[in-house]
Ligand binder design. Structure first.
Ligand code: NDP
Length: 331
């Protein structure tokens, strides 16, 4: 039998295990023009929380009683589709199933010898590209500038901070534990780290860490942390809005300070973005990230959770900050 995880109910507030349902189905049959895929690694990502609501967004909501989906690395275990052979590794936005058939649409082959397979869900996948394009296409970092990154020890943040370092910036990371602050400095080469969970006055702490002010704020979290950073933004500052995980489980609208006058007075550019805006440039972004990785200029961290049954819990744990770098589930 084939294990499947269905979307059981729409969460109210923080997701719980009840929102997911484990079922078993017959093993799928492969028809002409199809491949059979065995799931090897599953990506869990904060944006999936948005798909659990009915709100209109850039991607359709999950349907109740249907399998959840995310980026997956899979192995071709049977092929009746030209261009795919047994043993090929692929990525794609696939169902949370142990095995599934595909007609090849949306599948990309990946090279298991060039990098670890899980890296294609992180540094060489969607989150690496998000960091790369958010920073280079919106923030345009210049050498000597000060960059603040929130969610800094996570999948996107840890890469964004390192790219800013490669481009000659001074980088300050905000994260939620002492272990993460240590990781930022020792592994990822950040200049400073601030544990937002242990810092009473974030505005002051950021001012101390960034005596010349903040030129770029790469925002992964939104909320009060971001208010404190924006209070330190410099003239002509740039703020790529990547995510706002601090609000994803809110049941009421979180009203913060009104920021328009800060942005006007300082001529700040704030721009939301979705990584797929840059899909025509993904090949170039991948090439640059791979090159930096091979040259040893980029490091990455992963929290690898074991077992298909652990996918929902791994997803929930993102909201508790239990991951260092990219959270993936190994099947
Ligand atoms: P992460 O690997 O950063 O994991 C999530 C992290 O968020 C946790 O480890 C935790 O770290 C932090 N966090 C959780 N709750 C809160 C909170 N209430 N306040 C502050 N921090 C919190 O995830 P990703 O790197 O995959 O994603 C980071 C952000 O980027 C998310 O907002 C995501 O939605 C967004 N994103 C946007 C994309 C786009 O195209 N715009 C594409 C991909 C991601 P800590 O211990 O530090 O609290």
């Amino acid at each position: 039998m084939n294990k499947v995880i269905l979307f059981n109910k729409r969460p109210v507030g923080k997701p719980t295990l009840d929102d997911f349902k484990f079922v078993e189905e017959e093993q799928p049959e492969v028809a002409d023009g199809q491949v059979l895929l065995k799931t090897l690694y599953v990506s869990v990502d904060p944006y999936l929380r948005g798909r659990m609501t009915e709100a209109k967004s850039y991607i359709p909501p999950f349907e109740l009683n249907k399998p959840l989906q995310s980026a997956v690395v899979a192995e071709v275990v049977e092929s009746r589709l030209e261009g795919f052979k047994l043993g090929d590794f692929v990525t794609g936005n696939l169902d949370w199933k142990e095995f599934q058939v595909s007609n090849g649409s949306g599948l990309n082959k990946v090279d298991g010898d060039a990098a670890s397979l899980s890296a294609y869900l992180g540094i060489l996948g969607m989150t690496g590209l998000t960091a790369y394009f958010g920073l280079t296409e919106i923030a345009h970092p210049k050498s000597g500038e000060t960059v603040v990154i929130s969610g800094a020890a996570g999948a996107v943040g840890s890469v964004a901070g390192q790219i800013a370092k490669i481009l000659g910036c001074r980088v300050i990371g905000l994260a939620g534990s002492e272990e993460k602050i240590h990781l930022l400095k020792s592994k990822f080469g950040f200049d400073e780290g601030i544990n937002y969970k242990k810092t009473a006055d974030m505005k002051h702490a950021i001012a101390e860490a960034a005596p010349n002010g903040v030129d770029i704020y790469f925002d992964n979290v939104g909320g009060a942390v971001s208010d404190a950073v924006l209070a330190n933004i410099n003239k002509f500052g740039r703020v790529p809005l990547c995510g706002s995980i601090s609000n994803y489980n809110d049941t009421e609208v979180d009203l913060g300070p009104r920021i328009q006058s800060t942005l006007v007075k300082n001529s700040v550019l704030m721009q939301g973005f979705i990584v797929s805006n840059y899909s025509t440039k993904f090949k170039d972004g991948m090439a640059q990230l791979s090159k930096w990785l091979q040259e040893g200029k980029l490091e990455y961290a992963e929290t690898v959770v074991d077992g298909f049954d652990q996918i929902p819990q791994a997803f929930i744990d993102l909201f508790e900050g239990k991951n260092n770098g990219k959270m993936v589930v190994k099947i």
